[in-house]
Design a protein around this ligand. Structure first.
Ligand code: ATP
Length: 262
């Protein structure tokens, strides 16, 4: 389907189309489509824009990824469908390794996702032939690589499930999540929860990585200054503020979706 660029919800419709295509190709699973719907609902409330607290978390994420000894980015079907190119560019900028890690794992799906990432320019993508298990996880998400997620000190886990986020934190890793739902177990458990849409978040982290690369003192300062609970609190304050404006706008019959200017 050709979506007209002038459509007010163009980006959102393009993302849906990409996911449906990925599902038809056996890259995304139906459960992933449902999870995306939950994310969209939250994004609607946030105004489909990156909030100021999300930017703070994205900057902290960039600082941690740059300071890491073994940074790894975990990729699943939805991430490959929505942001393969952006993930590969981020991995190159840090530089970090990429590992395909799936809850609904089949070797065919892993191979398909590896191929998508390679077509987007990635080299040495991990995922096939895992050689370690993350302790405390029953699902196939436990399967990992010593050179990848298992041995990483900092892991970026976009669109994660709560169990694995928790297990990775237990392994003393710095876990950076991207999840539009600030109430999910993932957002509650990760070291740096980024409450933002996946593609926007990855692009912002990459921009911060490029800015901070030549500035190690600033990287150290950001890592010291970031407070996860304060930041998550700011996300909720932002949401309260958004909802109060939305309420007034709706009652006056005004515009509903975009964030009003402060
Ligand atoms: P948890 O196990 O952490 O409580 P969950 O059961 O909601 O979370 P999943 O079903 O795996 O976990 O859903 C993944 C999460 O990803 C959802 O909370 C959803 O809000 C979020 N999400 C989906 N699509 C996007 C996207 N494009 N950008 C950011 N977040 C998204």
């Amino acid at each position: 389907m050709k979506i007209p660029r002038s459509h007010p919800r163009y980006d959102s419709l393009v993302r849906r189309e990409r996911l449906v295509r990925a599902w038809k190709e056996g890259v995304a699973v139906p459960e992933g489509l449902i999870a995306h719907g939950r994310g969209e609902a939250w994004d609607y409330l946030f105004g489909e824009e990156t909030s100021a607290p999300a930017l703070v978390a994205e900057r902290a994420a960039a600082a941690h990824l740059l300071a890491a000894e073994r940074p790894v980015i975990s990729v699943n079907g939805n991430v490959a469908a929505l942001a393969a190119r952006e993930v590969v560019q981020l991995a190159r900028a840090i530089p970090a390794r990429i590992e395909v890690n799936l809850f609904h794992r089949t070797e065919t799906r892993v191979a398909k996702i590896v191929r998508i990432l390679e077509r987007a320019g990635a080299r040495d993508v991990l995922g096939r032939g895992p050689n370690a298990r993350i302790p405390g996880i029953e699902s196939k998400r436990a399967l990992s690589h010593r050179d990848g997620i298992f041995g990483a000190d900092v892991v970026l886990v976009p669109l994660e499930d709560g169990d694995r986020a928790e297990a990775l934190v237990r392994m003393k890793k710095v876990v950076i999540s991207v999840d539009l739902n600030p109430l999910s177990r993932t957002s509650q458990r990760s070291t740096i929860p980024i409450v933002d849409e996946l593609t926007r978040a990855i692009l912002n982290i990459k921009k911060f990585v490029e800015e901070l690369k030549a500035d190690p003192p600033e990287v150290a300062r950001i890592r010291r200054a970031y407070r996860r609970n304060g930041n998550l609190g700011a996300v909720f304050s932002f949401l309260e503020w958004r909802l109060s404006h939305l309420r007034r706008g709706v009652l006056r019959g005004g515009k509903r979706s975009r964030t009003p200017k402060r």
